[in-house]
Design a protein around this ligand. Sequence first.
Ligand SMILES: [Zn+2]
Length: 387
Amino acid sequence: MDSAALRDLLISWANLSSGSDNFPGLYRMRLALAAEFATLPGATVEHVPLAGTPAQALRIRVRPAAPLQLLFSGHFDTVYGADSPFQRCTLLDDDTLRGPGVADMKGGLVVILAALREFETSPSAARLGYEVLLTPDEEIGSFGSGPLFAAAAASRRFALALVYEPARPNGDVVHSRKGTGNFVATCYGRAAHAASPTRAGRNAIAALAEFLAAAHRVPDELPGVMLNIGNIRGGGPATNVVPDFAEAQLDLRVTRIADRDPFIARLLALAAPINARDGLHLALSGAFNRPPKESGPVEAVALAALQQSARELGLAPFTSVHTGGASDGNNLAAAGLPNLDALGPIGDRLHSADEFVRVGSIGERARLTARLLEKLASGEVRLPPLP
Ligand SMILES: [Zn+2]
């Protein structure tokens, strides 16, 4: 497929509105993907129902009995709902395509397809089989498709997973990602008249604010963690009442699994002096929905092979980085399947009406993946065994 054909395929997919809650749109997108991926030689295409959502995933298998198996992961939902004003692609210049999901990650889906089409012409192809798992709920936390990732990893069939979130703007891929958690700090005090001479009230907002100011500084003390106070509410319309309730929503991130318990322990220690006071109670609830993705020996070998592929193809050099954002690569790694992420095209301004992709990078990234597959299929590069 030449660059114009890749671009036009991407435009047709990005113009199909498929926000995570747009089920008719996700259905149309899934059919469009199924039609293209079904053209891979010998492909079986399966529509997979998910628990808790009418949206379905798409699973394509090619040569499931080949000695080496890889998993390709992509999502076809976007953050742009059916009522978003951002619905169509615009070609800003020859190399810049703006549109909903062009980078995150319909551009990545085009890269997967083009890479596999190219790889299928390779003489070594018979030795490598693969599964492409395309899911409809990544942007809302992958709660429906999470079990599919866990099952794919638990099967121990795959030597490596490749994830097609967009590359960093400089072309870097991602070897590790922070884990994310959603937490709520809830504070209960005691209501009273603001002018009560007994000073019987216990102000829940003041106590929560005290906790939050301290919690906000925790990332300065504990390397590798992040905390964002994203939302706060408390009190009522009458300002002459001491408020007995306040709560804040927190976004917590950790670099390593081992950071998790000390982080929570530190926050609980900040709550303890407030809880020791008469009439106040501050509780922290929530969970980490995506564990951190750490990098190991399989990722190191795959990255080196990918960089060597770029040199052979004359593509710009890149490295791999750690990022604070989580993806389905986190879930795969947590379930025991090493993976490289951000193998999609180069793009930026994700999750905004300025999202764009570099058109030329689509074909480049597809050739890069195809070359990596070639190295793995021919035995030129051997991946270490699974951890
Ligand atoms: Zn994405």
